[in-house]
Design a binder for this molecule. Sequence first.
Ligand code: FAD
Ligand code: UDP
Length: 362
Amino acid sequence: MYDYLIVGSGLFGSTIAYRLKKLNKKVLVIDKRNHIGGNVYTENIEGINVHKYGAHIFHTDYKDVWDFVNSLVPFNRFTNSPIARYKDEIYNLPFNMNTFSKIWSDVITPDDALRHINEEKKCMEGKTPNNLEEQAISLVGTTIYEKLIKGYTEKQWNRSCKELPAFIIKRLPVRLTYDNNYFNDLYQGIPIGGYTKLIEKLLDGVEVKLNSNFFDKIDEYKKISKKIIYTGPIDEYFEYKYGHLEYRSLEFDTKVLDTSNFQGNAVVNYTGNEVKYTRVIEHKHFENSNSDKTVVTYEYPRDYKDGMEAYYVINDEKNNKILEKYNKLKEKERNVIFGGRLADYKYYDMDDVIKNALDIDL
Ligand code: FAD
Ligand code: UDP
């Protein structure tokens, strides 16, 4: 008999497993994939740690979370500074003085940038932004919206920016300094040797079964464990009783190239709609690998269908209403703890997931 069955070996499930191991509990972790780590899984190809499910940069303001992960594996001091490519023009991200001075050739000082932005956002005067397009124009004006936001966002979400909620774009910093750091958080880095090392440390000494889907043997799993930690999709757990929640999916096209430096940066965003992918990741730049080859991944946004990976939740009104109903059912489910991005149906960064897993009552 196990004290706990943990469904999912992603960051949430693995952090809980680590805590339970310290409490001397008998734990079984299962995952339907053929590897541990969920979406942070990295695989070594040609001496390069490849982020198999998209670029993952660890960033946090939680000192306890940063101390916790650093107590397990060493982190490097990587700073995420993606480049935006619009046709054959190159810009710095997030939107900062480097971006503004390239967009408007007469911009040198923050006042110069503000003059242009204020002029371009006049159409929004007195209005509260009601959608992503209006929010973006209020933040950075029409030129940057047209070149660096509209195409990227519409590819990513397959919806017009006029129909998307404003909050999506609020995640991105806008700065009147020459600072290309994508994140505002105090701590940032990549685990040296890849994220799989971090997960291996979390799961060290814990029994793990891969290629094992909870729903294939649900009664058996319930019989062999006193409590369950469930980190899979919440709608699936309740057999889609109130309908399917919607997600966006992604397709990754990964290639090994016989060149040592393909694009000169870990992440290049393609912000126009003439190319169908949103980003190209060159993995070696996360850890300054000196391999004489390189591995690149083209990231294509996709509509989500059953059987695909659910990457991005869509927290619009329709889905949030369905979620509320599932959340009520959760309360009645005794002996099951739900957590992680799929069971909570929330966009979580890695640090949020670890924070929740460290703080939750077991
Ligand atoms: P997951 O990693 O999804 O783990 C859930 C696990 O449960 C999976 O392994 C799955 O196979 C398993 N599972 C599900 N159902 C079952 C079942 N029925 N039976 C058995 N197993 C099951 N965060 C950052 O902080 N920085 C970034 O730069 C960043 N970049 C990202 C880029 C992309 C493209 C995406 C999609 C996310 C990114 N994130 C980033 C977010 C990050 O990936 C998540 O916060 C984190 O991985 C969530 O961990 P989790 O354990 O909740 O979920
Ligand atoms: N975004 C954009 N242009 C870019 C990068 C991001 O317009 O070059 C917008 C887009 O709407 C995206 C949102 O900002 O959905 C959040 O971007 P982030 O990089 O946080 O997305 P993620 O890494 O979660 O895919």
